[in-house]
Design a binder for this molecule. Structure first.
Ligand code: ATP
Length: 445
């Protein structure tokens, strides 16, 4: 993980937030390449959820919602983690994570195991961030930053049903920021207090819930592997009976083998009719579906694949990271799926004279309208290749003296290091075709 964090900082993917003020525990800012990478992850999610399907529509609901939403959802009463304090060092820990945490005074031990540790009893701590709406701070102005995007979907069920011309089975997808006042955030962007979620609620006739639950587990697992995650680093872990939320009749996590061990990337839950029933009860609105064909009226059941955009980005980074020796030199690279790579092509003139920068500028202009492209003429070409390898650019185009004579360039492949001579006029279509093709990580086998 240290190597990933260092690369992210060195190449400007992700860095600690408020750094010039000493940072604010576990908040991070995404720099240029980080934004491009995370945007690609979210775009691939939208592609799979909405663009390539007819049965899911998009939504962007507000972060601030009516406080009753969180009463109905159960978050106000029950969205808590057990917390313990150490009376000696004043540190706080999540009681159910003690076995994975270090004692701040004696890092070789877990909290509670050091000679001076003095832990309190565990007590429930609500993870929702509270704020006030409007100029007067009183109990009537309290609102919460949403701890998940899902509730924004449930409260819009009626709107969407009315305007989207969909009927169950159909889904509503949303991507956006969520906030949780985590007791022990950490492991880089794996667990932060402000993060982005990609959630989809799929509304189905009750009798079909189990079939759709299994369908979505398979779809979501496939999404990660098709985007390059090595299958042996991914697994589905069904929750044990005692882990299930009271309303869930089944939940499975997609887990990834992070450097910190197997950890949740995404949860897929069969939530039954809990959410719509509760919001109907608390709002007084009927949240159900009337099937005109059969005359049947029912509250749809919900299957929810809930993923984290930051955690997914971290998993793609970890899975792509590679080091190898080439001709006696160490090379660090990100073997990212080309569709996830922040930059698809780098255009590099071999020298800064003889008409090469001008021709390279022309090639850059021809490519940039179709894909994210970077122009770089500074430093030795070897150094420029290494820089592109580290940010995961799948192809580099080099313009040399021959290019001026016959309008061909060298196309270098990040993974195989193979170089081929390609006509400039054919370059945009060739790269677009490769970008659309299936891709398997060279780290497999
Ligand atoms: P965990 O058990 O890790 O706290 P969770 O089961 O509470 O996660 P969900 O409520 O199911 O998580 O949220 C769905 C997804 O949102 C998670 O699988 C994860 O990818 C992401 N997520 C949740 N909490 C955080 C966080 N604090 N930081 C980053 N991503 C998060």
């Amino acid at each position: 993980m240290d190597k990933i964090v260092a690369l992210c900082k060195r190449r400007g993917f992700i860095f600690p937030s408020s750094e010039i003020y000493g940072g604010l525990g576990s908040t991070y800012d995404y720099g240029h390449y980080g934004v491009l990478l995370k945007t690609n992850v979210k775009n691939e999610w939208w592609r799979a959820m909405v663009q390539e399907r007819d049965d899911i529509v998009a939504l962007d609901s507000a972060i601030l919602q009516h406080p009753r939403v969180w009463e109905a959802s159960g978050h106000l009463a029950g969205f808590t983690d057990p917390m313990v304090d150490c009376r000696t060092c004043k540190a706080r820990f999540r009681a159910d994570h003690i076995g994975e945490l270090q004692c701040p005074q004696k890092p070789s031990r877990h909290p509670g195991e050091g000679p001076d540790c003095d832990l309190t009893e565990a007590r429930d701590f609500n993870l929702m961030f509270e704020t006030t709406v409007g100029p007067v701070k009183d109990s009537g102005s309290i609102a919460y930053l949403r701890p998940e995007t899902a509730q924004g979907i449930f409260i819009n069920f009626k709107n969407v049903l009315q305007f989207s011309r969909k009927k169950p089975p159909f889904g509503i997808a949303q991507v956006g920021k969520s906030f949780r006042n985590e007791i022990t955030p950490g492991n880089f962007v794996f667990r932060t207090r402000e993060f982005e979620q990609m959630e989809m609620e799929f509304f189905v006739p009750p009798t079909e819930a189990d079939t759709w639950y299994r369908y979505w587990i398979e779809q979501r697992e496939r999404w990660y592997t098709e985007l390059g995650i090595r299958p042996d680093h991914l697994k589905i872990r069904p929750h044990d009976e005692d882990e299930l939320s009271h309303y869930s009749s089944g939940t499975s996590d997609v887990e990834y083998l992070f450097p910190i061990g197997w950890s949740e990337l995404e949860g897929i839950a069969n939530r039954g009719s809990f959410d719509l029933t509760r919001h109907a009860e608390f709002s007084g609105e009927k949240l159900e579906y009337f099937d005109q064909a059969t005359g049947e009226r029912y509250v749809p059941h919900v299957i929810e694949p809930a993923a984290g955009a930051d955690r997914a980005t971290l998993a793609f980074l970890v899975d792509a990271y590679d080091e190898e020796e080439v001709a006696g030199e160490q090379r660090t690279l990100l073997r990212l799926h080309p569709r996830l790579a922040p930059v698809k092509v780098a255009v590099l003139p071999l020298v800064r004279k003889d008409g090469q920068p001008e021709l390279a500028g022309e090639v850059h202009a021809a490519l940039r309208g179709r894909m994210h492209t970077e122009y770089d003429e500074g430093g030795s070409v070897g150094k420029r290749y290494r820089r592109q390898d580290e940010i995961g650019t799948p192809w580099c185009v080099t313009i040399d003296h021959q290019s001026i004579e016959d309008r061909t360039v060298t196309l270098r492949d990040r993974d195989t290091l193979a170089q081929e001579r390609v006509a400039i006029d054919e370059l945009p279509d060739l790269i677009a075709t490769r970008l659309a093709a299936d891709w398997t990580s060279p780290k497999i086998g």
